[in-house]
Design a protein around this ligand. Sequence first.
Ligand SMILES: [Zn+2]
Length: 296
Amino acid sequence: MQVLKNILIVGGTHGNELTGVKLIEKWEKRSEKIRDLCPSAQVKLLLANPKAVLLGRRYKDRDLNRSFSEDSLASAESLYETQRAQEINTLYGEKGEKTKTDFIFDIHNTESNMGFCLILSARDPFAMRASAELTHEFPKTRIYFQPEPRAASPYLGTIAKADICLETGPQSHGTIQAEIFETTEKILRRYLELAELWNQGTLQSMPLRKVDVYTQFRDVDFIRDAAGSIRTMIHPALQNRDFEELRPGMPLFRTFDGEDIPYEGAQSVFPIFINEAAYYEKGIAMSLTLKTEELW
Ligand SMILES: [Zn+2]
């Protein structure tokens, strides 16, 4: 059994996603309260991108949460986030099998209607077991499985042995909503309680749970002109319908002249991150997932 000895909770990886920023600020003042939930582990807190928090922006020079691939961590680039990623990796990594950190919880917000989305980057036994329990305890929680080769993955969580990224929304960037803040705090506290049960060996013997797993399929961009300017909008029938079924032939986009453009895939998909503001620059209008029912 893999015991979780070192747990890192991260907020402010993106400076304008205020749920995580304010939770870390709150917990730093009374850190014993959060540590008491999982006494068998050393629980640390990190405000990942303090400069972006001060600026009230996602990032200063480049996206910090795209700066943790092995290549980026070895880069000599002087951009603030490249340097900051290397500093975080030295403190809490280093990325790879010998990393100091067993598990990272990274708290994010999205403007999409994602509810409380638990993103797993690997089939880690604790991440699966604990997330399965949470989806049965909290409404609007869903599991998104986004498998990636860990060395090449640019996400902060991948400097630990395993991680969960918590994406909560809809919340406009730069703003904060009480209900999202309070539920995210409850979810994080419950994850730590479950980590304690895991370290005692009891979570492993609890019965498995039936869960819906949404697995990354592919990203879809807006239709754009040669200059890269968008020529379509999310279809109004699709807006806010994250995690709902999109069947072939159903409307996907609408042009500024009112023409509808259907989804032309061969199978049903379940779009998420629909119309996320921060992804316009990344060429992503939504991410398509495939849904399966599994026992976790
Ligand atoms: Zn984020």
